[in-house]
Design a protein around this ligand. Structure first.
Ligand SMILES: *[C@@H]1O[C@H](CO)[C@@H](O)[C@H](O)[C@H]1NC(C)=O
Ligand SMILES: *[C@@H]1O[C@H](CO)[C@@H](O)[C@H](O)[C@H]1NC(C)=O
Length: 207
């Protein structure tokens, strides 16, 4: 009788441990995003964004789409040393490393002739493809949700990610038409846009 009682209470301890493990899961921090050498991405450090697959254009850069401001987010035509690095700033002020699926600002570490900032911003739809372009500038809305993107681990490959727009950390009660970024070639210029092909990327720390 005593024995059974002991087994019974051990059983409930295991049950409590199992339940607390399940409950603890959502509050544990998401995995850090890793650079091409497997090191966690850090807040405030410069990184180049490169396509993970060859023949998909070069480094990310500012594109003068139409001889007017603002500049758009896009890629160099070919891989090489050209392009501008970006700085990631997590929405969560306590985050010093960049984590998967968390809202963050992405700002090119560069200056342009335009008055707009070089922060990435969800832009207008391209009339032809109906895809939403990524432009630069500050979102003047109350929560600036248009300036918050996130890095999502790609299904295959090590240290490969996708860039998406779905700012639910910034506004948990909002409903967004979320999307993932890929390339859109227009007049030979490689622009970045949601709602179509997806471009897997890697991050190269600017030494
Ligand atoms: C470029 O600007 C011109 C003049 O403002 C406009 O007619 C044209 O549609 C623009 N092209 C693109 C791709 O935005
Ligand atoms: C890529 O090539 C197109 C067409 O020649 C050119 O207009 C564009 O400026 C080039 N892009 C970059 C980033 O140099």
């Amino acid at each position: 009788m005593k024995m059974i009682g002991l087994i019974g209470s051990l059983g409930s301890i295991w049950l409590v441990l199992a339940i607390s493990a399940v409950v603890a899961q959502p509050s544990s921090s998401p995995s850090p995003v890793l650079d091409s050498e497997g090191r966690p991405l850090e807040r405030g450090v410069e990184y180049y964004i490169n396509p993970a697959i060859t023949d998909n254009g070069g480094r990310f850069t500012l594109i003068n789409r139409n001889d007017s401001c603002p500049f758009y987010v896009g890629q160099e035509n070919v891989s090489g040393p050209e392009g501008f690095p970006v700085i990631f700033t997590p929405f969560a002020e306590e985050d010093t490393v960049i984590r998967e699926n968390r809202d963050l600002r992405i700002v090119f570490s560069a200056s342009t002739i335009c008055v707009q900032s070089t922060a990435w911003k969800l832009g207008e739809r391209d009339p032809e493809s109906q895809r939403r372009l990524i432009v630069t500038g500050e979102d003047q809305g109350r929560l600036s949700t248009g300036n918050y993107f996130r890095l999502v681990k790609a299904a295959v490959g090590d240290n490969i990610y996708e860039i998406s727009w779905c700012p639910t950390d910034v506004c948990p009660t909002c409903r967004f038409n979320c999307g993932t970024a890929g390339g859109l070639v227009e007049n030979g210029k490689r622009l970045l846009a949601l709602d179509g092909s997806v471009l897997p990327v890697m991050f190269e720390r600017n030494a």
